[in-house]
Design a protein around this ligand. Structure first.
Ligand code: ADP
Ligand code: F6P
Length: 320
């Protein structure tokens, strides 16, 4: 029976990470497993920035964005020496398992540590929803709701001025936030890197809608496309409709997690501890069709996630 585990958050923070930490800590304590919080991602494991957690350590955090354990990117952990230091720290403290809450990069690190005999279980924590083995990542719903609220506000001013509002949403290389937000705000066009686009087509759609009385426009651009300012400039030139660009940025990473994020984080956090309690490591936990599932880390990393082509199609079809 495993006696001591650690939990860390790594990579970009995401709303709901706190709920996941809480679930891991409480589930471990329920099973009589000691649990430690490792701060600032893999840095904490290398430097020994580790705190013992009890049931009250995670009180009053389920509703908070960010992560009480802090998070970081840790270049040293990409080296063999870094991983060895982390393994030694685990052995020194008697940590037999680690729950790693983060994205694909963090899972690669978890696979390396697993290869050195420490049981690691990854939980998908990123606003981008770009992890293939899971339908859902912790933070995604909150980020989309924030983006939607922001675009609703932008629409007020775009409407008052008869303007086009070009809004860039986050997602690194992935356009999941963009297409869902686009549908939710009734964007005239969604531009993402997964699907080819032609600004002549976008301009044509805007001008056709103008003929039927539409006066203002929302164009949602995914971060991965890379040049929303330029897109606004070109659309203004092609249509004669005044355009403004807003890059929503890190506001999408903050705020109180939604119900969906808190619940998914709690379910997956609990499940991760169940795996460790059975002595199972080198796994990534995910959600598929509402069920919690788990995969071998390498298998999970090799999977490809399809884009939401059908939703993209609907977005374009019903906005004009
Ligand atoms: P995310 O987990 O959100 O994808 P990163 O790609 O920044 O974020 O990865 C977070 C951390 O995980 C990195 O700072 C590093 O410590 C570790 N990591 C990333 N890629 C690797 C890798 N290939 N091998 C080992 N560790 C890695
Ligand atoms: O992966 C989450 C994310 O917010 C991406 O959407 C974005 O590209 C990136 O992180 C920004 O990272 P940073 O926190 O380093 O600015």
């Amino acid at each position: 029976m495993i006696k001591k585990i650690g939990v860390l958050t790594s990579g970009g923070d995401a709303p709901g990470m706190n709920a996941a930490v809480r679930a891991v800590v409480r589930a471990a304590i329920r099973k009589g497993i000691e649990v430690y919080g490792i701060r600032r991602g893999y840095n904490g494991l290398i430097n020994g920035d580790i705190i013992e957690m009890n049931e009250r350590s995670v009180s009053d955090i389920i509703q908070r964005g960010g992560t009480m354990l802090y998070t970081a990117r840790c270049p040293e952990f990409r080296t063999e020496e870094g991983v060895l230091k982390a393994k030694e720290k685990c052995e020194e403290l008697g940590l037999e398992g680690i729950v790693v809450i983060g994205g694909d990069g963090s899972f690669r690190g978890a696979a390396d540590l697993s290869a050195h005999g420490i049981l690691c279980v990854g939980l998908p924590g990123t606003i981008d929803n770009d992890i293939a083995c899971t339908d859902y990542t912790i933070g995604y719903d909150t980020a989309m709701n924030t983006a939607m609220e922001m675009v609703d506000k932008l629409r007020d001013t775009a409407q008052s001025h008869d303007r086009c509002s070009v809004v860039e949403v986050m997602g690194r290389g992935a356009g999941y936030i963009a297409v869902n937000t686009g549908v939710a705000v009734g964007a005239t066009y969604v531009i993402t890197s997964e699907i080819p686009y032609d600004l002549n087509e976008v301009a044509k759609k805007m001008l056709e809608s103008r003929k039927t009385g539409k006066q203002h426009f929302i164009i949602v651009v995914s971060e991965g496309v890379g040049h929303s300012e330029e897109i606004a400039r070109v659309l203004e030139e092609k249509t004669g409709i005044e355009a403004r660009t807003t890059i929503l940025g890190h506001v999408q990473r903050g705020g109180a997690p939604t119900v969906r994020d808190r619940v998914a984080a709690s379910q997956m956090g609990y499940y991760a501890v169940e795996l460790l309690a059975q002595g199972i490591g080198n796994r990534v936990v995910g959600m598929q069709k509402g069920e919690v599932v788990d995969y071998d880390i390498q298998e999970a990393l090799a999977m490809k996630k399809p884009y939401e082509d059908q939703l993209y199609h609907i977005a374009q079809e019903i906005a004009f």
